[in-house]
Structure formats: C-alpha cells, structure tokens
Design a protein around this ligand. Structure first.
Ligand SMILES: Nc1ncnc2c1ncn2[C@@H]1O[C@H](COP(=O)(O)OP(=O)(O)O)[C@@H](O)[C@H]1O
Ligand SMILES: [Mg+2]
Length: 286
C-alpha cells in the first residue's frame, strides 16, 4: 500500500472506504466514506511541511464565524480530515457555463471574499491561492453530504473540463464555499482581489474577450459588499492590476503556457487588464 493510502487509513481511524482521489499537484486528497458519510482526507506532501499547520490554523480561526469553509474533523501528523462540501467548482462553471452563470459565480465568489476579509480584518488575513478550483458552489447547506449525495462518478478523467463530475442547477439558493488555505498569510486585502481577477482571467479560456467584464463584475460586487467604501476596488486602479499581474506570474510557474502568461502579465503591469484586453470600463452589460 502506498504511504499516502496508509496515511488516509490512519487519519480516518474507523473503517473507511476511499471512494476516489481528487487531482492535486502537491498533495493527496481523497473522498472517503466513513459509516456511509462522506469526508475529505487531505494528506500533505512531506515536501511542504508547513502547509498542513497553516491550513488547519486558518480553518480553525474562521470556524464559527459564519464563513463557509470545511470543518476540521480530525488531524494527524500527515493530514487533515475535513467535512465534505458537495458542490460544483467555480472553475468548472468557467469551463462549461454560459456568461450569466459565470457572472453569477464571480459575484458569489467576490461576496465570499468580502466576508472573509471583513471577519478576519483584525488579523489582516489573506486567503492566498486564488485558483477557481478552490471555490465550490453548493446548494444551501451543502456540507457533509452522505452517500445519497448528488455527485456523479468522475469517470476517470477530464479534470480540465469539469473533471469532478459535479452538476449545477440545484434549483434553490446557491452558496460559495472556500477551500485550500495552506498559503493563507497576512497581507493587504487588495492582493486577494487582484488574485481573484487573475484567476478569472485564466479560468476556462485564458484572456477570452468577456474576462475583463467578469473581473469588473467581481470587483464591483466586492466593493458593494463593503458599502462601496473600500479604496482601490476600481478596475482602473493600477495597484489592483499590479497585484493581478503578480498572481498571473504565480500561476504561470505551474502551466505549460508559461511564456504567454508572463508576456501578458507584463502588458497588464504597464496598462491594466481592461486596456490590455481592449475593454472599456463600465462597457459590459453584466
Ligand atoms: N472539503 C472538501 N469538500 C469537497 N471537495 C474538496 C474538499 N477539499 C478538497 N476538495 C477537492 O479536492 C481538490 C484539491 O484539494 P485542495 O485542498 O484544493 O488541495 P490542493 O489544491 O493543494 O491539491 C479541490 O479542488 C476540490 O475539488
Ligand atoms: Mg487547491
């Protein structure tokens, strides 16, 4: 048995069944069944020894504050057992959804981020890694699905186009949940907003023509949540797009289109992403 499977069994303690593995670049993340109930076992790579402590710290910090994140159910040296959140990744909506779904997902994610910043403002806490795979959209109360949940089988592939096999259209109220806090750290909230814009620009088809309008949608919703009083949430503001360029460079390190992304980030640094993509602020009809 591979070491990470052993680590999952150790983390679950009771009899558990590994249903499937999520794709993870650095770690081993499994969907497990314990007594017919779903949980997520996240086993951290020994090459990133501080990731687990940091993720557990942030999840515990926000627990009970009304921010939608998984609960830490159990912890071992190797990993965290988390409550399972049933949902569709915002990333998948960007790959498969129509413009209205994407705009709704951007607004909902921006509201989650504004909530996170507001509750943790005294700590100046950033969420870090803004990848759209780190946000799930769930029906209301989407935590802790049992075996009768709506999730379909993965079918063994297609990670880049809805690989988690989750379907949308739950009918009722949908909510965003945030995942993956291993890179959370102290910083300026604007960095996270720039990160969300970078993730929007890259999610699905990178830099497609509707992206600046989707960034605008997210930024305006964030500002609205803050009573419109937060400085620098104007899409035209250089400090916002400098952070966006920085996050694009961060994502570039992991991707095969690295050179193109680095070139794009450098244009954004000079002129902003709206101008870089030929978009006029306020032009979108979203
Ligand atoms: N609590 C959870 N509920 C449902 N799915 C989860 C949960 N935690 C992780 N996942 C899934 O596993 C994937 C990888 O987990 P994540 O914590 O983002 O680790 P990493 O990105 O470091 O591999 C996520 O994109 C998501 O699809
Ligand atoms: Mg992740």
């Amino acid at each position: 048995m591979a070491w990470h499977e052993d680590a999952v069994l150790d983390l679950c303690t009771e009899k558990c069944k590994i249903e499937r593995w999520f794709k993870s670049k650095k770690h081993h993340v499994a969907l497990v069944l314990i007594d017919g109930k779903r949980f997520v076992a996240k086993i951290f790579s020994p090459e990133h020894p501080h990731g687990k402590e940091n993720e557990a710290r942030v999840l515990r910090l926000v627990a009970g504050q009304g921010i939608r994140v998984p609960k830490v159910v159990r912890e071992t040296e190797a990993g965290l057992l988390l409550s399972y959140v049933e949902g569709r990744r915002v990333f998948d909506i960007f790959c498969e959804g129509n413009m209205e779904e994407k705009a709704d997902a951007c607004r909902a994610t921006a509201r989650w981020l504004a909530d996170f910043h507001e509750r943790l403002s005294s700590n100046g806490q950033l969420r870090g890694d803004p990848n759209l795979k780190n946000y799930l959209i769930s029906p209301e109360g989407g935590e802790g699905g049992d075996d009768g949940g709506r999730e379909k089988e993965d079918g063994g592939g297609g990670e880049e186009t809805g690989g988690d096999g989750r379907s949308g259209g739950y009918g009722g109220k949908e909510e965003v949940w945030g995942l993956d806090f291993e890179e959370a750290r102290a910083g300026e909230p604007l960095e996270d907003i720039g990160g969300l814009c970078a993730a929007i620009l890259l999610g699905g088809e990178p830099f497609s023509s509707e992206k600046p309008a989707l960034c605008e949608c997210a930024v305006l919703e964030y500002a609205k949540m803050q009573g419109g009083e937060v400085a620098n949430t104007d899409l035209d503001d250089p400090s916002l797009w400098l952070y966006t360029a920085k996050w694009i460079e961060y994502f570039a390190a992991w991707r095969s289109d690295r050179e193109e992304l680095m070139a794009k980030a450098s244009v954004i640094r000079k002129m902003g992403y709206a101008a870089a993509c030929g978009h006029r602020i306020g032009e979108g009809s979203l």
